[in-house]
Unconditional design. Structure first.
Length: 202
């Protein structure tokens, strides 16, 4: 009887330690922080980034609400794809982009974000749809399909690069969250990582 009681206490203690490790690693119960990379598809990544970026919004098809972004931000949509990232691919890796017409239109839309962001009362033709938190000019079903394909094409290229590193998933998140070459890490935005891993297991 005494041995059974001790074993039960040990089991509970070990479970608590395990759950604490998962929490620290950025996973929710039942989801490991580093699922097998060989089973990781772009659709999985897209869903996880959508959760990390816009889970707080009923309608994810909006421009970022973060007005204080240094230099401004053109991030838009479920995975908060930026105009700068699209521009970089159009200029330096055009072969990655399948629908260049849509990508160029997306870039033009991003320029409207830059023009109207935080400029209420400062420009005569101000349009709140292009201000922070606005729904922009990408509201049709075709726009949303084009957005998904463009985002996934870029993700696929970044994922291929990340898989050559020692921490593929960790670096993939960093690439999308801050851009390639950034020296920031999980410690700079641990909640983002937690949201990512939470939705990765869905």
């Amino acid at each position: 009887m005494e041995v059974t009681h001790v074993n039960k206490k040990i089991s509970i203690l070990l479970l608590g330690v395990f759950m604490a490790i998962l929490s620290k690693a950025g996973a929710n119960p039942g989801v490991l922080a580093y699922p097998p990379e060989d089973n990781m598809g772009i659709d999985n990544l897209y869903k996880a980034f959508s959760g990390a970026e816009t889970e707080a919004f009923d309608n994810p098809w909006i421009r970022t609400t973060f007005r204080e972004a240094e230099g401004g931000s053109t991030a838009f949509g479920p995975v908060q794809l930026t105009g700068n990232l699209v521009k970089n691919y159009l200029l330096n890796k055009p072969e990655i982009i399948g629908d260049k017409d849509f990508a160029n239109r997306y870039l033009m839309n991003a320029r409207k974000f830059a023009e109207h962001g935080n400029n209420k009362g400062k420009i005569p033709h101000f349009n709140p749809d292009y201000d922070y938190g606005g729904q922009g000019g990408m509201s049709t079903e075709a726009d949303q399909e084009g957005y998904s394909k463009l985002s996934k094409a870029i993700m696929e290229d970044l994922w291929a690069k990340a898989k050559t590193t020692d921490k593929p998933l960790e670096n993939m998140i960093k690439y999308w969250r801050w851009g390639e070459g950034s020296d920031k890490s999980r410690d700079d935005d641990p909640e983002y990582f937690k949201r990512f891993f939470k939705h990765l297991g869905e």
